[in-house]
Design a protein around this ligand. Sequence first.
Ligand code: AHR
Length: 519
Amino acid sequence: MKASVRARIRRAIALLMAASATCVHGSPAVDITVHADRPGAVIHPEIYGQFAEQLGHGIYGGIWVGEHSSIPNIKGYRKDVVEALKAIKVPVIRWPGGCFADQYDWRDGIGPRNQRPVRMNGSWGGEDDNQFGTHEFMDFAELIGAKTYVSINVGTGSPRDMSQWIEYITADGHSSLAQQRRANGRDKPWKLDYVGIGNEMWGCGGSMRPQFYADVYSQYATFVHAPPNAPITRIASGANAGDVHWTDTLMAAAGSQIDAISLHNYSIPTGDWKHKGSATQFGEDQWISTLQGALGMDDLITRHSQVMDKYDPKKRVALDVDEWGNWTDQDPDAGDAVLYQQNSLRDALSAAITLDIFQTHADRVRMANIAQMVNVLQAMILTDKSKMVLTPTYYVFDMYKVFQGATNLPIEVEAPPYHYGNAKVPGIHAAAGRDVAGVLHVALVNLDPHHATTVHIHLVGPHGANLQGKMLTAPAITSVNTFSRPHEVEPVPFDHAVLKDDVIAADLSPKSIVVLEIH
Ligand code: AHR
């Protein structure tokens, strides 16, 4: 018998054995192939990045409570939040906006805190007493080990304001701005990794046309002076969701000065910005519509990337999705916590799907920032005075941190769709990568809230013989973690998978996320 025939028979027997060991009766067969022999692009850790805007309780109360607070803190930063963020290895934080950025004067947020001005928050209402400014942000990023991404005020600022802010943050030597920073308590310059030249310039950033913004971008980009050996990535404010004309115009007019273009996309359960839908009271129609919205990220990235390819086939310019997530109606009890929403198992699945998509586009997408970090939109963490709870989305970032810096592996999924009404999405979503230690990781999402599914994962190429995994699921699609019941949605060890030779058979529970490790 020829070797290739023997190999095929061996594979068939292994499959049968693996399948019979764990088969979910009646569930349709799903085959997944992981090409572990075809390493792709490196998955930049920054795609698991976060966004923290100066609004609601996102920063004040959520991250910053001040040194004299009765809430346990490290130099003013909530200790519980710092520890939780460190645990998920937050790679980068974007600040101070968002729409807020284009009305922010950085000089308001330096110097003795009791002398800082109080300003109206023109974007989100209320007032900002500027207790959290440049020092507080840069030190916070340092404290949790994250890179820094500052959004520059283009809408109401000037190139001079920007270049002086950058000098204040990064200058060594004896310039007056470096001396001012020292007088304000920071001797060494900080590392500034990214600047965003304005935010949503088609909307809250200044209602600009792309041609106009392209010139404005070039003007600002000219004055981003990075210190030697400490480059600053310049990010152009990108399109509103599918507006590829915006991307085309920017690439044509200013491409040579752009290091990255941003993209913003939110999944709105109802698709209606005026009545977005509840974060907790929803049925299967809005379960599937929200997941559909998350899946739409793939098409958006593909379309913008195709336009960028025309000008930049070698993919020098990144597409950085610096705002993404689910946006629901504000919690009815939120009070002044603007954009506060609960976070359910639905958010966890959306996040997992979206991270899978970023991973598979790792050749173009090199940073992404979920909106937002604490108490705002699809948050990692919710706080209420001294209480803190970790959300289902937090646990996805925790499970997916193994992919930070891994190499993306091509993956094929042959799975029947999951339907509800007229809506249809893939039943299973997946991604795979190999980390720097050589360990394989496979992420699996079962979008169907009713049916368990047995998946057979064919590993092509080198892999270890040991398998372990983690699973995130919950009793209901609307399950949430609350301050009184914080453990409703939490990862557990996953032991419904068997690896035999080159095939893993895994039983996925309905509405679940599994991350497997093969070492
Ligand atoms: O994340 C909330 C807001 O959404 C941001 O301020 C803005 O950029 C976007 O429209």
